[in-house]
Design a protein around this ligand. Structure first.
Ligand code: PLP
Length: 404
């Protein structure tokens, strides 16, 4: 059982007031709040062990390096990967996918090849592929989204073919909350020898992820969405593929030997980590992962699923409520519109009541076009949210509705 009262005390910001009202923070899909242990780990690292990693023979440098590498191993365990060589630290999901797109395209993609994405991708799993498609001439194919907000799996079966060289798909939609059948997607793609990349930005904070069980060849996520700091993220990649892929950036750390005649690259994962890494961010991410593991990912998933169902039920009682995304398998996020009220009006007025929700296209403009809407109001949950906060949201929406 999760003890919400004691958990909430771990997050100092949750005690804040905005406009004289207690903060109701329901924008967790954008970023999560940080527990005190994560905040402390950042100042502890700068206060006590700060030194550049990997290059120094002095005490502090070695200690900082050990802590960074321990964090890498922590990430490996957390997502059930086989080796730390497969865990690349990046700035976040966006950088992870840009790295993947740039390096994978250079190694493997040519004219007339196809990369398969879906109609519910975040811009960060669309635009990096478009940039590389312009360079290499491959085509981007899109799995359509059904009215319920699920992937059209019949269309997926038809789109998957000899030209497909990679499937890159979100695990959980940041708009619809849909949990996609990644294992089925991986199984079908692997049957044809096609690797699969999974955008885990919205899944890793909510669902217990095991890369080996999922079978994904690449998996990306952001530290700040799982109670860690901003500016740190992860790309998991299967070793056989990473070894064939060229570096993304050049500089220090990623080389073995540099001469003006040519350069040899470092081993994995350092080949993909040019320059001074955000070792403080990595260390703090490790602390965040320890924190959620202490609560238990299964516990978190169970509690959040209860919160989500309660939110759908209570919000569903509001006249004029229209949910965008009605997939039965969902996680973390509820998107909606109420009558003719513009989402940004709703968001602005809820804000005045102390309720933080997100409004707009949520970096998924093609998905907005699919549903013929300019945007949605999105409430997104974390394990520190309560049913009472959902009641406050519902009362807030009722107040706004009566004003219109
Ligand atoms: N993918 C999904 C599904 C997301 O929800 C987000 C952020 O909201 C991203 C990718 C990008 O994450 P970041 O901005 O942390 O790089």
């Amino acid at each position: 059982m999760i003890s919400i009262e004691s958990i909430r005390k771990d997050f100092p910001i949750l005690g804040r007031e905005v406009y004289g009202k207690p903060l109701v923070y329901l924008d967790n899909a954008a970023t999560t709040q940080k527990p005190q242990c994560v905040i402390d780990s950042i100042s502890d690292a700068y206060r006590n062990v700060n030194a550049n990693v990997h290059r120094g023979i002095h005490f502090l440098s070695q200690e900082a390096t050990d802590m960074l590498e321990a964090a890498r191993d922590n990430v490996r365990r957390f997502i059930g990967a086989g080796s730390t060589e497969e865990i690349i630290f990046t700035r976040g999901t966006t950088e992870s996918i840009n790295l993947l797109a740039s390096s994978f395209a250079w190694a493997f993609l040519k004219e007339d090849d196809e990369v398969l994405i879906s109609g519910m991708e975040h811009h960060s799993n669309i635009v990096p592929w478009q940039i590389q498609a312009q360079r290499y001439g491959f085509k981007l194919k899109v799995i359509p989204v059904t009215d319920l907000g699920e992937l059209d799996m019949d269309a997926f079966d038809k789109l998957l073919g000899p030209k497909t060289k990679l499937v890159s798909i979100t695990h959980v939609s940041n708009v619809l909350g849909t949990v996609n059948p990644v294992r089925e997607i991986v199984a079908k793609a692997h049957k044809l020898g096609i690797p699969v990349a999974v955008d885990g930005a919205q899944s890793v904070p909510h669902i217990s992820v095991n890369i080996k069980e999922m079978g994904a060849d690449f998996y990306a996520f952001s530290g700040h969405k799982i109670y860690g700091p901003t500016g740190i993220g992860v790309l998991f990649g299967r070793r056989e593929l990473l070894e064939k892929m060229p570096p993304y950036q050049g500089g220090g750390e990623m080389i073995k030997k540099v001469t003006f005649q040519g350069t040899t690259y470092n081993d994995l994962p350092y080949k993909f980590e040019a320059g001074t890494p955000d070792y403080v961010g990595s260390i703090a991410l490790g602390v965040a992962l320890d924190y959620v593991q202490n609560i238990g990912m299964e516990q978190i998933a169970g509690y959040e699923s209860e919160l989500c169902s309660y939110a759908m039920q209570r919000l569903g009682e509001i006249p004029g409520m229209r949910f965008i995304g009605n997939a039965p398998k969902r996680s973390g996020v509820v998107s909606f519109l109420v009558g003719n009220i513009h989402p940004s009006d709703m968001g602005t007025l809820l804000d005045r009541l102390g309720i933080a929700v997100r409004t707009g296209h949520h970096c998924a403009e093609p998905l907005m076009d699919r549903f013929g809407i300019p945007g949605t109001v999105r409430a997104s949950f974390a394990f520190y949210n309560t049913k009472a906060e959902i009641d406050t949201l519902v009362a807030g929406i009722e107040r706004v509705r009566q004003m219109f």
